[in-house]
Design a protein. Structure first.
Length: 229
């Protein structure tokens, strides 16, 4: 049996400012740093010992992982970063204010863009202000893999190869794993782990900085889930 901890990054500066973020690389806010440190304390209290850590290539998730490992006194744990764990790319909404978007397009449309499984946000031109098309951290990717906008389905489809190739093999060996990532890449993973329907996934929210602990059996089926408080 192995443990899997999912940890959404602490509040980011753009969470604080209520801006669509996606693949734009914003840092943690002061509150986000506190949330990440608190996650470390909660993990220490729970006595969870990790063998492997995974995170995205975005600063807010990487720093959250580091605070969590520091707070739980296990900074030595090997870590692997992958773009496949990045936040869902929010297309041309990136950089826009969520409230202003709701006033412009209506609450319902914005809710669909934010939470539906298979509706795409408006795609982002590669010369947009908040485009990552020329960001060197993605230089080795096939250009087709660099999104201009993703729905949760597409996000799940790019998370899964990483799960299959890296995370699942570790868990199958009995390793305890922490994944520090993002609201929507973790919603995608949760949909898979808990077999949540395309409809019910609309209602799933993941809190910033709160570790979610799964016990998994030898087939990686969830036997227990706990939110650390
Ligand atoms: O802006 C984003 O990238 C995400 C997560 O912060 O927002 P939402 O809650 O709308 O999915």
């Amino acid at each position: 049996m192995s443990k899997l901890v999912l940890l959404r990054h602490g509040q980011s500066q753009w969470n604080l400012e209520n801006l669509f973020t996606g693949w734009w690389d914003v840092d943690l806010s002061e509150k986000g740093i506190e949330e990440a440190k608190n996650a470390g304390k909660l993990l220490k209290q729970a006595g969870i010992q990790f063998d492997q850590a995974y995170t995205s290539v975005l600063t807010r998730a990487i720093r959250t992982l580091h605070f969590a490992l520091e707070g739980s006194e296990q900074v030595w744990v090997p870590e692997t970063k992958s773009w496949r764990l990045n936040e869902r790319h929010y297309g041309d909404l990136q950089g826009q204010n969520k409230q202003e978007a709701a006033e412009k397009w209506g609450d319902e449309q914005v809710h669909i863009w934010r939470r539906s499984y298979d509706v795409l946000p408006p795609l982002q031109p590669t010369d947009a202000k908040y485009s990552i098309a020329h960001d060197r951290r993605y230089a080795d990717l096939d250009p087709k893999q660099v999104p201009q906008g993703e729905n949760l389905k597409i996000c799940l489809e790019r998370v899964m190869p990483f799960w299959e190739d890296h995370i699942a093999p570790d868990l199958l060996k009995g390793k305890n794993v922490i994944i520090a990532a993002h609201g929507n890449s973790l919603r995608a993973l949760t949909k898979y782990l808990e077999n949540i329907s395309d409809e019910d996934i609309l209602d799933l929210e993941i809190a910033t900085g709160q570790p979610i602990v799964y016990d998994l059996d030898q087939d990686l089926k969830v036997t227990h889930k706990e939110l650390l408080k």
